[in-house]
Design a protein around this ligand. Sequence first.
Ligand code: DGL
Length: 288
Amino acid sequence: MTTPLFSPTAPVGIFDSGVGGLSVLRHIRAQLPHEHLLYFADSGFAPYGGKPESVVAERVLAVGSFLVEQGVKAVVVACNTATVAAIARLRERFPELIIVGVEPGLKPAAAATRSGTVGVIATERTLAGAKFLQLRDQVSAATGARFLLQPCPGLVDQIELGELDSDVTDALLARFVVPLLDAGADTLVLGCTHYPLVQASIEKVIARSTERAVTLVDTGDAVARHLARLLAAAGLANTVAGPARLDGYTSASSTALSAAFASLLGIDPPVHEVAASPSGTMLIGPNN
Ligand code: DGL
């Protein structure tokens, strides 16, 4: 008999370039309440969206290795940019690990649209990625849906600052979203995990510019369901009832991540600062 590589009571690691992955974490906590979770915000290196693919891939491998060192049984790449740029390399590096990624929800959007025109807002890096463009071409060919791609430079920075409904954020959203509505989009894919955190502001912009109903597509819920299915299939679901642990890790200030946990999820987990050495190795700070 071979010894299983992982224990069902091991934690699940979830990471993003910053606080965006909290929009995925909230679905994972709701659907998998017994799972111990580690959340890594790579805010010291955010945003990923305007960086070259090789730089994003380097961060993904460094954060992935850090989570593996913490003993995780699965990793959720709660970042579209990181998934498109480097999930294949992460899977190559850790073939034994359950790895779940996040991609813009083009299929559900194609199923939802009535006008046949779908707006996709995401980072520049995601929209330029070969993996994303392949998905766009496949879904387009299969459904006839037309996808209008809109990068949103500056939006992630605003969200990282906690400016979810400031005038600057509102103006950026209007600049990115209104042209998509004017071009006939009745469905909008939130193709970056940061964007569901400004859903209320997006809805306000939409309400100001059209009377049409516009469907917003966010895949956080589907990602949590997919993770649940994979853990169950591998015999790795944690069925031990009891309070699940959540620990936050960040490559920037713990104050910012603690504030995001409090304002976005109403929780106050321990948050540890992690320094990245020049070689990319992660070191947990002495006080954590
Ligand atoms: N939240 C990320 C995504 O889903 C990345 C944002 C960024 O760092 O630019 O794409």
